[in-house]
Design a protein around this ligand. Structure first.
Ligand code: ATP
Ligand code: MG
Length: 430
């Protein structure tokens, strides 16, 4: 019988790597809370219609990438390929608009797209995203962008670039679309197969093709920015002005159109060099058309999603390993000493310290080697002698400094110990 492995395009996140995920999640949760965003949890699968209507049938996501199946009741359901459609469905279904004001929502969780797996591209991947629903003000766009920038910085990613564009309103795009098709038509036979197909169905998407020849042709295309109406131009100008005030550097990219149909006005992407082809860690924009498209009241909104796998890959490439593991490693040998060690560990944990107990019963030499490897700054050692005298040996693993204390003294000195342990751990970046 062959061994069963994780399905293609999925992977296990093992404990060594989880430290990065936890750091991202804790950082994001804190920053989002400070910006008045509240968490929303929606189901992993939804009715297929939601994504067909909310993302658009002409997009790659709906056209090629969805995990769609009939359930046992013959209903067509789809594993969510992104978070916005579900968040908007929940917003409408629970009439969150009735609460008035702006609903600032965030989510994190697995998404599913049937893609060719490669570094930074999986079939089950994870996104952290925000949606600010209920404001048409350019400040909402900039607040959301600033939040993404802050999260990237807070997890140690400094060298991102922000690409920015405006794709105007649906009407602006209609004008632009005609001009674009007129420009591209003569090159029709030189475009890659996908783009040729898009010429009639979704010509704007040709601009963000990944095919080099197509890209070269797209470079000469008319710019959408020349087709914006006056109010659309004003919106975009305000966004740029506010970003400058917040000292968030950006570059205008008129070819940035994003994959999804419901976007209006501002579109943006954060990229990092470290990732090669899969360089986009965060994509987002304004989607004023989506809520009414899905049957809700006409409501403007803006949001983004960060791809967490790509963020973790970048962190792993950029930074030293994260501080992980216990504060104290507890080595003991002999039945009495082992029992006392267990008790001491429990009391130290109750006082807030992280304590790993060696359960091997092997020679002290071996236990102390494991203590060294564990990364804990301090080791406690209890042998027969310590058990009889109710003492404990302390060994600071970095300096080798050693001391013997009465066990009750150890408990009296817990806050001192905590301070010394904190000082001997690598500084946290946040
Ligand atoms: P790409 O052009 O790389 O396919 P996309 O435009 O399809 O990206 P979005 O739908 O905007 O991506 O999703 C937002 C972010 O989610 C992306 O910038 C990326 O970081 C991440 N992401 C998207 N698809 C995947 C995937 N299959 N595996 C891992 N991360 C992904
Ligand atoms: Mg994609």
């Amino acid at each position: 019988m062959g061994l069963i492995q994780a399905s293609r395009g999925t992977r296990d996140i093992l404990p060594d790597e989880v430290a990065y995920w936890q750091q991202i999640e804790a950082t994001a949760r804190d920053l989002l809370h400070r910006a008045a965003y509240r968490e929303l949890r929606t189901p992993i699968f939804e009715q297929t219609d939601l994504f067909e209507r909310g993302i658009g049938e002409a997009t790659d996501v709906v056209g090629k990438e969805m995990y769609t199946f009939l359930d046992r009741g013959d209903r067509s359901v789809t594993l969510r390929p992104e978070g916005t459609a579900g968040a908007v469905r929940a917003y409408i279904e629970h009439k969150l608009h009735a609460q008035g004001g702006v609903q600032r929502l965030w989510y994190v969780g697995p998404m599913f797209r049937y893609e060719r797996p490669q570094a930074g591209r999986q079939r089950q991947f994870h996104q952290l995203g925000v949606e600010a629903i209920g404001s048409a003000d350019p400040r909402a766009d900039v607040e959301a962008i600033a939040l993404a920038a802050d999260i990237l910085r807070a997890v140690g990613i400094q060298d991102w670039t922000l690409s920015l564009n405006s794709i105007g309103t649906k009407a602006d795009r209609q004008h632009y679309r005609d001009a674009l098709v007129a420009y591209l038509q003569p090159y029709a036979n030189e475009l890659d197969a996908d783009s040729k197909d898009r010429l009639t169905r979704n010509p704007l998407r040709i601009l963000d093709s990944k095919d080099e020849k197509t890209l070269a042709i797209a470079k000469g295309a008319p710019s959408i920015l020349d087709y914006l109406s006056a109010p659309s131009s004003a919106h975009f100008e305000r966004v740029r002005d506010l970003l400058q005030r917040l000292k968030i550097p950006f570059a205008i990219d008129p070819c940035l159109v994003r994959g999804l149909d419901y976007y209006t006005h501002t579109a943006f992407e954060f990229k990092v060099d470290a990732l090669g082809a899969q360089s986009t860690v965060c994509g987002g924009g304004r989607y004023d058309g989506l809520i009414s498209e899905l049957g809700g009241p006409d409501t403007p909104a803006v949001g983004w999603a960060i791809g967490l796998e790509r963020l973790v890959l970048t962190m792993q490439q950029q930074s030293e390993s994260l501080p992980a593991g216990a504060d104290i490693y507890c080595a003991a040998r002999g039945a009495d000493a082992e029992a006392q060690a267990l008790e001491i560990a429990q009391r130290l944990r109750q006082a807030g310290l992280a304590v790993e107990v060696d359960l091997s019963g092997s020679a002290f030499g071996k236990q102390l080697k494991r203590a060294d490897r564990s990364g804990a700054p301090l080791s406690l050692i209890l042998g027969e002698e310590e058990a009889v005298n109710a003492t404990v040996q302390l060994k600071w693993l970095a300096s080798g400094e050693q001391a013997t204390l009465r066990q009750f003294e150890l408990f009296e000195q817990i806050s001192l110990l905590q301070e010394k342990i904190m000082l001997s751990k690598p500084a946290k970046r946040i």
